[in-house]
Design a protein around this ligand. Structure first.
Ligand SMILES: Nc1ncnc2c1ncn2[C@@H]1O[C@H](COP(=O)(O)OS(=O)(=O)O)[C@@H](OP(=O)(O)O)[C@H]1O
Ligand SMILES: Nc1ncnc2c1ncn2[C@@H]1O[C@H](COP(=O)(O)OP(=O)(O)O)[C@@H](O)[C@H]1O
Length: 202
C-alpha cells in the first residue's frame, strides 16, 4: 500500500439513507461465465427489467470497462486478477451509493470471486453463474473470438488455453442453452424480489 498517510473520512449521508431513498436494498449481481455464455445479454435484460420496475441499477460490463478504466490490462493471469480487483472496488463504491449493481466479467478464478465477495457486506454479493457449455458458446461465437483462438491468433483464451474455475455454490445458476433470454432474466429478477432487494411481484 502506498497510502499509509491517508485517513478514512466518514460520509454524512450513509449507505442506508441512500438505499432507503431508492426504496431498495443494494447488492452486487456478479455474473461469471465463458466468453459468449450470455453474461452481457442476460445482465442487460435484467437491467432493463429493473429499470422498468423503477429500480436504480447500473451495469459494469467487461468489454466496456476494458475500453476505459482497465484499458491498460491484457489477459495474462496477473492482469485478469488486477482487472477483477479494480472492478470489485468500483462495484463496492456503487453498492455504497445504494444501487443494484451488476458486473459482467468472465472472472475465471474462484479466488478472485471470493476476494470480491469479501469486500462487500454480508449477503450483498450474489454470484450468478451463466452456465453455458463451451460448445454452445463456440457455436454462437458472437465476436468471432473462438475462431481466432482456435486458429492460434488469440493466446490465453478462456476455456481453450486459459483456465475457468466452475462456481461451486453460486446463488443463482442460469442455463442459457435451455432457457430464453427473458426466462433467464426473470429467474434473476425473481431472486432479487424473493430476497427483498427490490419490490415487485415474482
Ligand atoms: N484471451 C481472452 N480470453 C477471454 N476473453 C478475451 C480474450 N481476449 C479478448 N477477450 C475479450 O475480452 C472479454 C473478457 O474480458 P473480461 O474482463 O471479462 O475477462 S476477465 O474477467 O479478466 O477474464 C471477452 O468478452 P466476453 O465475450 O463478453 O466475455 C472477450 O470479448
Ligand atoms: N438464453 C440466452 N441467454 C443469453 N444469450 C443468449 C441466449 N440465447 C442465445 N443467446 C445469444 O448468445 C450470445 C451471448 O453473447 P454475450 O451476451 O456477448 O456473451 P458474454 O457477455 O458472456 O460474452 C448473444 O448473441 C445472445 O443473443
Amino acid at each position: 500500500m502506498k497510502t499509509e498517510n491517508t485517513v478514512w473520512h466518514e460520509q454524512v449521508i450513509t449507505k442506508e439513507q441512500r438505499s432507503a431513498q431508492k426504496n431498495q436494498k443494494p447488492c452486487l449481481l456478479w455474473y461469471t461465465g465463458l466468453s459468449g455464455s450470455g453474461k452481457s445479454t442476460v445482465a442487460n435484460a435484467v437491467d432493463a427489467m429493473l429499470f422498468d420496475m423503477g429500480c436504480h441499477s447500473y451495469l459494469l460490463d467487461g468489454d466496456n470497462v476494458r475500453h476505459g478504466l482497465n484499458g491498460d490490462l491484457g489477459f495474462s493471469d496477473d492482469e485478469r486478477v488486477e482487472n477483477i480487483r479494480r472492478i470489485s472496488e468500483v462495484a463496492k463504491l456503487f453498492c455504497d451509493s445504494g444501487l443494484i449493481v451488476s458486473t459482467a466479467f468472465i472472472s475465471p478464478f474462484a479466488s478472485d470471486r471470493a476476494m470480491a465477495k469479501e469486500k462487500l457486506s454480508e449477503g450483498e454479493f450474489i454470484e450468478v453463474f451463466i452456465d453455458t457449455p463451451i460448445a454452445v458458446c463456440e457455436s454462437r461465437d458472437p465476436k468471432g473470438l473462438y475462431k481466432k483462438a482456435r486458429a492460434g491468433e488469440i493466446k490465453h483464451f478462456t476455456g481453450i488455453d486459459s483456465d475457468y474455475d466452475i462456481p461451486q455454490s453460486p446463488e443463482i445458476h442460469v442455463k442459457t442453452a435451455e432457457q430464453s433470454i427473458e426466462q433467464c432474466a426473470k429467474q434473476i429478477v425473481n431472486f432479487l424480489i424473493s430476497k427483498g432487494f427490490v419490490k415487485g411481484e415474482s
